[in-house]
Design a protein around this ligand. Structure first.
Ligand code: GUN
Length: 285
């Protein structure tokens, strides 16, 4: 048996088509164009690619988009002042500050500065709290993308043993909550987990998000399991690979996401969805 390859590009395209139609209807009805501001500080090349892709996605769907590129040595106060302006700008419904930020800037302070109603990353403590309480405004983009992929392929987490490898605020922790919300039994593993294989081997769904190339080996995975690979690692030869050892695992898993073309395209799609949600909430529809 070989695994179903979960096609994130295809699912992403379908969702973006729906968003495009919904956006056109929203603009027609309200006269308001959903607007996203993306802020990039510094010269990280990977971040620059992400920001460009976000801008392109906005154009494709019919949003208004602003990209603010600030120099590496930007002062924290200047970034906070920009966020104040964007918080008060009626053209802007969503604000995203690309992470990581340079050392002189306190990312926590920046995240708290973004008005929760415009926090389309869902990183603000108020939005994180709402997710924990099951009463969310926005879902964080990558974990929401994972859930949308599971749904698109008819994989219901209810009652399943799920393991999330990684405990970041961006992916691991919120991912565990979203799976829990869908009635999975969830284990969170991390760098200090004593016997990782004992957890992964008994899991029906493994979400791996730790940023280590081909970390999840075939012998760590139960036959018939679903493997969701959130990792994007660049190898010395320039090729991209995920956190899971794709080839051997795909021989016996029931489904697996490829890298690239799995979770990656879904993240920006979910950002677009959140921006439309923010615009709708702003005009009260
Ligand atoms: N850097 C890596 N992933 C993300 C993300 O989802 N949002 C932001 N703002 N920065 C990131």
């Amino acid at each position: 048996m070989s695994a179903t390859i979960i096609d994130g590009k295809k699912v992403s395209k379908e969702i973006r088509e729906t968003l495009k139609t919904e956006t056109a209807e929203f603009i027609e009805k309200t006269g308001v164009i959903p607007g996203l501001a993306v802020v990039l500080v510094g010269n990280d090349p990977a971040s620059a690619v992400y920001v460009r892709n976000k801008h392109r996605a906005c154009e494709e769907i019919g949003f208004y988009s602003e990209v603010h590129e600030l120099p590496e040595d930007t002062k924290e106060d200047d970034l906070l002042a920009l966020l104040d302006r964007l918080n008060g700008d009626p053209k802007i419904h969503g604000i995203l500050v690309q992470l990581p930020l340079p050392k002189q800037i306190d990312a926590d302070k920046v995240i708290r500065k973004i008005k929760p109603e415009k926090d389309v990353d869902a990183f603000h403590p108020e939005n994180v709290g709402r997710i924990m309480l099951g009463n969310y405004r926005f879902l964080p983009c990558t974990p929401a993308g994972v859930m949308a992929l599971l749904d698109a392929y008819g994989i219901d987490p209810a009652g399943k043993d799920c393991v999330v490898i990684g405990r970041s605020n961006i992916v691991g922790k919120p991912q565990a909550f979203l799976l829990l919300e869908r009635n999975a039994t969830v284990t969170i593993c991390h760098s200090r987990t004593a016997d990782l294989s004992s957890h992964t081997k008994r899991s029906d769904i493994v979400v791996v998000a730790i940023g280590k190339p081909r970390f999840l080996k075939a012998e760590m995975v139960k036959p018939g399991a679903v493997v969701i690979d959130v990792g994007i690692n660049r190898l010395p030869d320039g090729k991209l690979c995920g956190d899971a050892d794709f080839e051997p695992i795909s021989a016996f898993a029931s489904a697996i996401t490829p890298v690239p073309g799995g979770v990656g395209p879904m993240t920006i799609t979910m950002l677009m969805k959140n921006t439309l949600t923010a615009a709708k909430a702003a005009v009260g529809t």
